[in-house]
Design a protein around this ligand. Sequence first.
Ligand SMILES: [Fe+2]
Length: 244
Amino acid sequence: MESSLEELTAENLTPHVIKVSTENVKNERLIELVTGLIQHLHDYVKEVQLKPTEWEAAVQYLTQVGHDSTPDRQEMILLSDVLGVSALVDTINSAQAKASSATESSVLGPFHSEDTHTLANGQSIGSPGVIGELMLIHGTVRSVSGAPIEGVDVDVWETNGNGLYDMQDPNRDGPNCRGIFQTDSQGQYYLVGVKSVNYDIPTDGSVGLLLNMLKRNITRPAHVVCTAIISRSSQLLTPRSIFS
Ligand SMILES: [Fe+2]
């Protein structure tokens, strides 16, 4: 017999919610995901003895993260990144688990953009007036057995010399400091980029608020991201971790 609302207690609430949430679902994976989500959420609330004011603050915070997110600003992904969730998902699904000689996989992060352009090897990813010192970026895409792979799209992006990605520039009029290059017959790609600089994670949004509250380091070491596009889920050639 189904429990009535009056009969629900802290002890039987969790199995009740899981039951009503999954009893009409056929998809086994959906059942697994929903069951785990409810179970862990309830366990967390009970473990920390969450107070109503804390619940309300959490709701308001997540609402604000949503409001801060736009097509050009992925605040939700940034939150996932700084909490280490993105890295954890990537790690447990990494191709490296299957081939130890493969380049370590990593997350795309909040500053990857589909709004990029395809360039020829040797071209610059910086628009005219790009800030900073120019540098040559090159690499080779190889199979796990070491053979060069021709025709692989390599998605490259970095900040301008001022430490800002193009999507953070209010005067942006197109892709800047990003581009896609195809490997040649030797598996090589090469381009002109900007000497990378350290930059700070944006602190004017909800994630910045959290980082400040936790007194966490907000500076990321200088890096360029070069991602071999194998499929919609890509593999990084240059290891990086926003969770650092
Ligand atoms: Fe970055």
